[in-house]
Ligand binder design. Structure first.
Ligand code: NBP
Length: 470
């Protein structure tokens, strides 16, 4: 009996679509799902008359895979992944490859990679971005882990991934959890990008009293500019969409309480561990937390007062100001993400390639954007760039757009409109470009109460000095 090219466990939204993507590209697939009825339904419905076969025991599933076995896991991240791996382990051999395509935490992937070497099989962690549509039509893929696994899987992954200028949006990121780490940072940037767009929408809505359809037009126009990106495109589409029952814009019926699955928080926590400022990403996570405190906000809105937004100047000028500010802040959020990748690469000894990372984010993934071409250019010119902000293109935009950016932040503050991501981005920019910061006073305070020592401007660096303040 003919065996199957690839196995996949986990027929959720992503798993089903990835199977259909692989099948469309000429591969035969064996599938297994914990809940058997889901497997039956999939085979009867979306998997009908395709080179896909459902199995109902792990033993049978693994026996029907070609050697070396290539087994994708598309299950919810966490203990479920460990459970599935331990169910598979008795039935696999030393050449076989287990590939975790879910959003696993990179430290878990590190741990599972080490365990796979001890147990003598191959393990890969692949970050997959693009949501359900990406999984079906071609996602951006960030593989890490076993090098043998990558060499064996390369053709399949290239085939099923999205393409940008004919190049696959897929490349080997590095050992162990490197792929999942890059995906985590992708999601951190995604949080920042979404928050900045949401703040732009809210600022214009409040300052200019615009209706959703007018706001949609603004975002659609921005899609024709340097802001061109998937998130700007869908924002334009979201703002024109109407609820079929009430005829109202759907955006006005959606409760203003944001959820999250945790990848933004992981990025912020890891950045804190590594000592890298990623304030725009962190503020975006915090903004979701604050939004979720809806009941408290409702009460507070009756007690705490601020200015009412008011603007009587040129409307088109304010729209243009917002566009320029958004682009500058967006570039800062990329700069923070890439700065984190640089530090992580050194810390974990991964040799991450920033140009390659930017190039595989050009299509298939949620943060795909025209600006990524600028990032590729920047790293092509200098692969060891300290920070994207000092690349000539970034410097030019930040110089050019900063008056508008400062104006937007000041106007929002004056009018009581919360813009945490815009402000964090500006503070990052101003801090990063500052020759002098008030950290001398922090050091003095630390010395005063804790005798922690301080470096002197007139002595060797890394030499600690003390002073008696009283
Ligand atoms: P779904 O929630 O649609 O499906 C989850 C799958 O995990 C189901 O097949 C479920 O089986 C299986 N599963 C769970 Br939950 N616990 C299990 C366990 N202990 N043992 C075996 N199977 C288990 O998730 P999804 O949206 O397809 O996401 C899958 C992975 O891909 C996640 O890690 C997610 O973060 C990641 N991801 C999702 C997206 C997206 O846009 N949705 C994008 C990128 C990455 P069951 O049917 O028996 O419950």
């Amino acid at each position: 009996m003919e065996k199957y090219d690839i196995g996949l466990i986990g027929l959720g939204v992503m798993g089903q679509n990835l199977v259909l993507n692989m099948e469309r590209n000429g591969y035969t697939i064996a599938v297994y799902n914990r809940t058997k009825s889901k497997t039956k339904m999939f085979i009867k419905d979306r998997g009908k008359e395709k080179y896909i076969k459902g199995f109902f025991s792990i033993k049978e599933f693994t026996e029907n895979l070609k050697s070396p076995r290539k087994i994708f896991l598309m299950v919810k991240a966490g203990s479920g992944v460990d459970q599935v791996i331990s169910n598979l382990e008795p039935f696999i051999s030393s050449d076989d490859i287990i590939i975790d395509g879910g959003n696993s935490y990179f430290m878990d992937t590190n741990r599972r990679s080490i365990a796979s070497r001890k147990k003598n099989y191959h393990f890969m962690g692949i970050g997959i971005s693009g949501g359900e549509e990406g999984a079906l039509k071609g996602p951006s893929m960030m593989p890490g882990g076993s090098k043998y696994g990558w060499e064996t899987m390369q053709d399949i992954l290239y085939t099923i991934s999205a393409k940008a200028k004919q190049e696959p949006c897929c490349s080997y990121m590095g050992p162990d959890g490197a792929g999942h780490y890059v995906k985590m940072v992708h999601n951190g940037i995604e949080y920042a990008d979404m928050q900045l767009i949401a703040e732009s929408y809210f600022f214009l809505k409040k300052m200019l009293c615009l209706k959703s359809v007018e706001l949609s037009e603004i975002f659609s126009n921005w899609q024709e500019s340097e802001l061109n990106s998937y998130l700007i495109q869908i924002t334009g589409e979201i703002l024109t969409s109407v609820d079929s029952k009430t005829g109202q814009p759907i955006i006005d019926l959606i409760y203003d309480r944001a959820s999250q699955k945790g990848t933004g928080k992981w990025t912020s926590k890891n950045a804190l561990e590594l000592g890298v400022p990623t304030s725009i990403i962190s503020e975006s996570v915090q903004a979701r937390f604050l939004s979720a405190m809806k009941n408290e906000r409702v009460n507070a809105s009756k007690i705490l007062h601020g200015p009412l937004p008011h603007y009587s100047d040129n409307k088109n000028r304010l729209i243009e100001t917002t566009r320029n500010a958004l682009y500058a802040a967006k570039l800062c959020s990329y700069a923070q993400g890439f700065s984190l990748l640089k530090t992580a690469s050194l810390q974990y000894d991964w040799d991450l390639n920033p140009e390659l990372i930017a190039s595989i984010w050009r299509n298939g993934c949620i943060i795909r954007a025209k600006a990524l071409d600028r990032i590729i250019d920047a790293f092509q010119k200098n692969n060891k760039l300290d920070n994207l902000l000092v690349d000539p293109y970034f410097t030019f935009i930040l110089d050019n757009n900063q008056d508008d950016w400062r104006y937007l932040v000041a106007l929002a503050i004056e009018n009581g409109i919360p813009i945490p991501a815009f402000s964090a981005a500006l503070a990052y920019f101003d801090g990063y470009r500052s020759l002098e910061l008030p950290a001398n006073l922090i050091q003095a305070q630390r010395e005063y109460f804790g005798a922690h020592g301080f470096e002197r401007v007139d002595k060797e660096k890394n030499e600690l000095h003390h002073h008696k303040f009283k």
